[in-house]
Structure formats: C-alpha cells, structure tokens
Design a protein around this ligand. Structure first.
Ligand code: ADE
Ligand code: ZN
Length: 340
C-alpha cells in the first residue's frame, strides 16, 4: 500500500503555506533575519508542539511565521513545499496563504504574494507541478479587515483562484463574512471556508456555508455526518470536503477513517490533505498511509479519494480529464506490475 500511495499522481487542496515551515527552515530564517527565537534547535521546536485543539495549534503556527519577512523568505518557503510535494507524487496543489498574518506584522501584501507567485512559476518549470493560490481571511479578525485585504488583492487577482476562511472558528461564523464573500464572488473568485472538526457550532457553520455564502467547497467539514439532511444537501450541490486525517487526530484522537468511509459511501466528494504538515509532522503520503492503516482501506478506496481531489479541484474539465487519465494509467500499470 505504501508503494501504491507514493506513486499515485495526487492533487492537494488543503495546505497552508505557512504551515509548511519546517523547524530547520524557521531557524535558518531567524538567523538570516536577525530574529531571536525561544528555541534554538529543531528538536526543541518540535518538542514545544503540544496541540490538542485548534487554539493551541494556532498559537504555535502564528508564532512560527514571525521569521517570514522578505519576498525571498516567502519564495524559499513555497519552493521547499513544492519540492517536498513533487517528491510525494503531488502533480497539482491549491495552496492557502494568510496575508493578514503578515500585513499585521508590517510585511507588505506585495512582498508575500510576489514570493509565493515566483515559486509557483519556478515549480511549474522545474518540477512540473501546477498550482493555484487561495487567499484566506482570518476569521478572528474583523470583516472590515477581510474586505480591506480583498481590495488589496485585486491588482493581483489573476494570481489568485479563490478565497477561504481560516483561524479560530469559535464565535466567528461564516455569516460574519457574508458581504466579503459576496464581493469576492463578484470578482470571479471561487469560495471555500474552514469548518474545523468538533467546533462549538460546526453544523450551524456548515449550514451557513451552504445557504448564506454559497461556497464551492468546505475545508474539513466531517461533522456534516451528524445531520442527514445537511449531508444530502452537500451531495446534491456537489460540494466537496478537503479532509486532513493527521490534523483531525490532534482534536479527535482518530484519523477519522470511519467518517471518511461513510462520506465516500454517501457520495460526498471527500479528499485527503495535509493541512499544516510541518506542525503535524505528516505530508500527504503519510496522511493517506495512516488513514489506510486505521481503516484498512482498499486500493480502490484510496483511488476514489484521489479522483475526488481532481474532480473538485478548481480546474477546467479538460485539464481535470488529463489528470484523471494519468491516474487511471498509473492504477492500471501498478496492478499489472504486481506479481501475485
Ligand atoms: N490555519 C492554519 N491551519 C488551520 C486549520 N486547520 N484550521 C483553521 N485555521 C488554520
Ligand atoms: Zn486548514
């Protein structure tokens, strides 16, 4: 199974670029930028990670990204993610970034997006990996700040495929950002929002995503299984879920294999992703692997999850068909190469 997963051509749709900052790179950047850190070795940084819910993770995540200051820093960060992703068989990625987490520290929007965009261009040329960029708003900041950043992004809108919503969900429902997302839609952006696992109002937030925002996708969203009608609605509207097994494990002590299998059986387009791999210590293949082990998943189920990702990616039908064919060819050649 491990070999099968490693070779699968994959799409990753839920990956925060700031969540790919490895401890070694964090130390290198702190050194380059003359920033003092609390911990001085990669091991000490990893030991300091002690997450058991969303706020405890977010505190480490925002603290780590303080070392990102220049265009080159964002370029290097993004290049390293693409190198790792390409080595794991990712052929297409839709990458989140959190501009407010940088502008609030005095780093210009242009610095952030230019570095990320330059890395996307180089990754296409040098690694053959295609990607899209999704700008997330921080839901624990105001709707006014989100709107301001939406306007700030417009000169770069040809570099951005969609907008998302992340950070601390408690008391920050989708409806708080309804106007911002309506405006984003007018500018042609695709829409997604986090509905993290086991939040105070998970079901209400999923309902708002459908009825008030009209999202194209939901990030996480596994709690939808608790409401049959909501689940049917999701299937009916063809809205996919970008699920992150290892990230979920920190909150619910399970890789949510039962939930993922139920979602597949109900026809929900559920996908596997890594979320913040440098913090959760697992990139996409490890997410597939632990899921397959916990749920004793078949190769067919793994292929279904991979197909779903290309299906719900924000790509044209023609491009999707090319990726799906590549996937089909891989599965056929893997099966024929296995000696029974
Ligand atoms: N920011 C980075 N990762 C996140 C997640 N999984 N949920 C909410 N906000 C995030
Ligand atoms: Zn996330």
């Amino acid at each position: 199974m491990r070999q099968f997963i490693e070779g699968l051509p994959k799409a990753e749709l839920h990956i925060h670029i700031e969540g790919t900052l490895e401890p070694e790179h964090c130390l290198e950047l702190a050194n380059r930028n003359g920033i003092a850190l609390q911990h001085n070795t990669p091991e000490a940084i990893v030991r300091s990670y002690d997450f058991n819910d969303l706020p405890s993770f977010l505190s480490a995540y925002y603290s780590g990204m303080q070392v990102l200051l220049t265009e080159q820093d964002f370029y290097d960060l993004t290049c390293r993610y693409f190198q790792k992703a390409a080595s794991e068989g990712v052929v297409y990625a839709e990458v989140f970034f959190d501009p407010q987490a940088h502008t609030s520290r005095g780093v210009d929007f242009e610095t952030v997006i230019s570095g990320i965009h330059r890395a996307q261009k180089d990754a296409r040329q040098e690694l053959g990996i295609e990607s899209g960029l999704i700008m997330c708003f921080l839901r624990d900041m105001s709707a006014e700040s989100a709107m301001e950043h939406l306007h700030m992004s417009l000169p770069y809108k040809h570099w951005i495929i969609g907008v998302g919503l992340d950070s601390d969900e408690r008391d920050n429902p989708p409806s708080k950002f309804a106007e911002v997302f309506i405006e984003a839609r007018k500018h042609g952006f695709r829409l997604t929002m986090h509905c993290d696992v086991n939040q105070q109002d998970s079901l209400l937030h999923i309902r708002e995503c459908l009825d008030q925002i009209g999202v194209d996708r939901i990030d996480h969203g596994v709690n939808v299984l608790e409401d049959e009608e909501l689940c049917l609605d999701l299937v009916h509207r063809g809205i996919g879920l970008t699920v992150c097994p290892v990230s979920n494990h920190y909150v619910v002590q399970s890789f949510t294999s039962d939930e993922i299998r139920s979602l597949i059986s109900k026809g929900v387009k559920v996908t596997v992703n890594s979320d913040d791999p440098a913090y959760f210590r697992a990139y996409i293949n490890e997410n597939f692997q632990v899921l397959a082990e916990e749920g004793d998943f078949s190769q067919q189920e793994i292929v279904q999850l991979t197909k779903n990702a290309f299906d719900i990616a924000w790509l044209s039908d023609d491009v999707k068909a090319v990726y799906l064919k590549k996937l089909e060819n891989y599965v056929a050649s893997f099966s024929s190469s296995v000696v029974i």
